[in-house]
Design a protein around this ligand. Sequence first.
Ligand code: KG4
Ligand code: ZN
Length: 338
Amino acid sequence: MTDRPLVLGIETSCDETGVGLVRGGTLIADALASSVDEHARYGGVVPEIAARAHLEAMVPTIERALDRAGLRHRDVDAVAVTAGPGLAGALLVGVAAAKAYALALGVPLHGVHHLAAHVAVDTLEHGPLPRPSVALLVSGGHSSLLLVPDLATEPVVPLGATVDDAAGEAYDKVARLLGMPFPGGPPIDAAAREGRADIAFPRAKAGDGTFDFSFSGLKTAVARWVEARQRSGEPVPVADVAASFQEAVADVLTAKAVAACRAQGVDTLVIGGGVAANSRLRALAALRCEAAGIQLRVPRPGLCTDNGAMVAALGSLRVEAGVAPSPWDLPATSTLPL
Ligand code: KG4
Ligand code: ZN
């Protein structure tokens, strides 16, 4: 085991400073610092605040991960880092730190794609990914369906994406209009458990034959519904609104993910991203995948949200596949294509 390379992974694309240590497909340790509380009063992530928080958290978070693993800097054999997409200033801190550590330790540097890393993290829990697989990635910043050939050596192919808001962004906006805190996913998920999904909110782009999503009309429909209630002086049934909104999101996401697997002739679906922590999405995906004969793989919630283990996981796959390292002038690219 110890003869396989130890990969240090660094993730700073949004508001989480994530550090992970992976050796041969096994997560050795990880550590996370989050600036989410600093963004809460703005209702969304403020890029400059996130970048400064990464700068302060970087070294202590790396030290924490190494301490937890009982390892030292010189045990690291390669450094992997999210090169994009994400917030430019935030990415820059991670990429600069990764270069500094790799240079100082005399080990190779691997820039990785954030979305591919979200898929790769599943291999830490469920082993090698069948080739090809389909991945549904849903978070505050992205909602995509991807065809995943070989994670280490072949590029991931986009099948569809949101044309407006990301799924998590819709959760955050709807939570705000229901008077719930940011990030909105967890409180909506909790409220929905007490409610009935009996309000017919729209399922945009359902059955349109594409693998694209749209959530901004749904958010507007929820806002209109709530406003109409308030105007008529009736109480807003918050739990029912949350459950109905959540059902609409989970319905389109899972229907399109299953349709994408069928269209590609693929029998493995991986779900990742912060919204993959959603209880209804997980339950509905399990039901529909079972009915369609598709094997569903969802990492535990802590690995679904942004973290360093996912970057180390993809870095480890690349290193072990003998992929050439990134150049030392690796840029941080906020719009990095797949
Ligand atoms: O992957 P992530 O940590 O960060 C990025 O956006 O890249 O995802 C955060 C998003 C937020 O929008 C949050 O509201 C959502 O994931 N989220 C959830 C749940 N937990 C987090 N959405 C629905 N249900 C949840 N249980
Ligand atoms: Zn993410």
